[in-house]
Design a protein around this ligand. Sequence first.
Ligand code: PRP
Ligand code: URA
Length: 208
Amino acid sequence: MNGLNVIQHPLIQHKLTLLRDKNTGHMDFRRLTKELTGFMLYEVMKDYPLQEIEIETPLMKTRSQVLAREISLVMILRAGLGMVDGLLELVASARVGHIGLYRDEKTLKPVEYYVKMPANLPKTEVIIADPMLATGGSAAHAVSLVKKAGGSEIKFVCMVAAPEGVQTLRRAHPDVPIYTAALDDKLNGDGYILPGLGDAGDRLFGTK
Ligand code: PRP
Ligand code: URA
């Protein structure tokens, strides 16, 4: 599908399988989430604009390239927090925004409880991160909040996506590409992704 990028790198697929395994405990789940997210960033950032600057090597002056724009990482709480370290390890200068959302258990609609964005968001490349794209309600709402704060160059990164969520997010925000490590089969009656990996927040933080 247009705008959907499923990253097939063997290392990413290997780590995703370990994440899916119900016998993987919260300590390994956290580590694997961090590692997998870091690998995904190479693909997510591959078309980011560069600018040439002048530097001096130990031997001579030369012109060389650096990223043209700052990067904002916007995490959807809670589970997005598990992805922040993997991203910051590679782009240490990024500023981090937080969007607090939880899904109402009955309606599956996102309920907003916290929003704090970097002040320079409009001038930056924005990466929104959440491990799970299920119905797509949380992601679509998060993108709307980023746009309301002035963000325009936006990418959405998750670990597992359901077709329903991809369709919802693409319809609501066709300008926002999606990057995922897997496109799964479908949602179950409770809005969980099948085969999925369960409740990402609970598995990351050991709350169940
Ligand atoms: C999970 C996940 C996403 C959302 C995805 O969060 O981290 O934010 O569900 O579902 P959707 O695509 O149907 O909106 P959850 O609501 O469980 O909150 P938590 O991260 O605080 O546990
Ligand atoms: N949120 C999760 O953490 N997992 C799912 O499968 C769906 C939503």
